[in-house]
Design a protein around this ligand. Structure first.
Ligand SMILES: *Cc1c(COP(=O)(O)O)cnc(C)c1O
Length: 385
């Protein structure tokens, strides 16, 4: 049996896949089992921050792998300590809790927000307001946090304590009760259709949270680590959250999640209130340390912003494109007509790995993509529109 047949026979059918099995990759190009080349503007959903098998990244990860590959959390891990320091020093957050995925990072943030409130106000103040069209993960609790009805099915009973609001202040206020302890947002909703929140709304939300001692959580699982042209997307909005989560781009292709908290929450989590066997793995942290050493410079981030503008301009000029939105290299393309999924599948056939979000085409190219490669991507897309 070939790869596709084995997958169909032995892997649970939880994904709709393109008809391609990827075997290798270098830079912004992936190769399938027949050696066909694909330009990748999806980065494995914003994960391969520096593309495939970046030389420095491979070196950092391989060196760590032959040093020590895992230790339990009963021991200190130099690579994890260094990564936590870098994240805190770069952002102004005080402490980090590591996990293995975006959903896990959000679970941690939800636990921190609820325990902060429990410690200070006692039982019962535990509701978290999230936004319509949000996406926060696939665990039972993060599905519950996700503000889309389609995700609230089959797996009953879901975790209680989530209220859903539209992205405007009145709607959020309408969901506020004595029991509210926090608000969870994505500054740019990824899966929900590359929706950029209004800057004044985000600022007003920050003020509301300050007034009511609510924990403001920003889910940066997709937007974090340079994706929007700033290390964290909330920097574009002129606010500082109490908690931020990140995951996708942080490990450059290896699984990691992180929950970052402000000083006022630094003492909330105490021994045995949270943990994860694989969290803060030294090999993964070595990869993340390398990613940050490249991405977290003003020069690199300003290039992400400039390439984002360049790409948006090129895409906006295409026939069949209604509008283009996004920040940095997180781009949504609204089509005049035609089915985004069909067009994406055709692009893949033509050697361009592109994804969708709702009815939009979505691009999350590797952050180190070149302008020539962006031109090539736009040309393949243009032919399929
Ligand atoms: C992808 C994503 C998640 C879930 O991350 P996993 O690593 O798949 O658990 C959560 N929030 C946002 C905004 C995401 O884009």
């Amino acid at each position: 049996m070939n790869t596709k047949e084995l997958d169909n026979k032995y892997i649970m059918h939880t994904y709709g896949r393109y008809d391609v099995a990827l075997k290798s990759g270098k830079g912004r190009y992936a190769y399938d089992e027949d050696g066909k080349r694909y330009l990748d503007v999806s980065s494995g959903i914003g994960v391969n921050a520096l593309g495939y098998c970046d030389e420095g990244y491979v070196k950092a990860v391989s060196a760590q792998l032959s040093e020590i590959q895992h230790m339990s959390n009963y021991f200190y891990c130099p690579q994890a300590s260094k990564l936590a320091e870098t994240l805190c020093e770069a952002t102004g957050f005080s402490k980090v809790c590591f996990g293995n995925s975006g959903a896990e990072a959000n679970e941690c943030a939800i636990k921190v927000a609820r325990k902060y409130s429990f410690d200070k106000y006692g039982e019962g103040r535990n509701e978290i307001i999230t936004l319509s069209n949000s996406f926060h993960g696939r665990t039972v609790t993060t599905l519950s946090a996700t503000g889309q009805d389609v995700f609230h099915n089959y797996f009953f009973p879901f975790t209680e304590g989530f209220m859903y609001a539209d992205p405007d202040l009145d709607s959020v206020k309408a969901q506020l009760t004595e029991s509210t302890c926090g608000v969870l947002i994505e500054c740019v909703q990824g899966e929900g259709g590359v929706n950029i929140l209004d800057k004044d709304f985000v600022k007003a939300l920050r003020e509301l949270c300050d007034e009511r001692d609510l924990v403001l959580i920003v889910d940066e699982v997709q937007t974090g680590i340079g994706r929007t042209g700033r290390l964290f997307c909330f920097e574009n909005f002129g606010i500082m959250p109490d908690l931020a989560t990140c995951a996708k781009g942080l490990g450059g292709g290896l699984p990691i999640g992180a929950c970052l908290c402000a000083e006022k929450l630094a003492g909330v989590m105490t021994p045995s209130t949270h943990g994860s066997t694989f969290a803060a793995n030294p090999v993964v942290c070595a990869g993340a340390n390398y990613i940050l050493s490249v991405v977290n410079t003003e020069e690199f981030l300003s290039e992400v912003r400039a390439k984002g503008e360049y790409l948006k301009e090129k895409l906006s000029a295409l026939k069949g494109v209604k509008s283009v939105r996004g920040l940095g290299l997180m781009i949504g393309i609204e089509l005049e007509n035609g089915d985004a999924h069909e067009i994406a599948a055709k692009c893949v056939e033509d050697g361009l790995l592109i994804i969708t979000a709702k009815s939009l085409l979505r691009m999350l190219p590797p952050l180190n993509i070149t302008r020539d490669e962006l031109d090539e991507a736009v040309a393949i897309l243009a032919e399929n529109l």
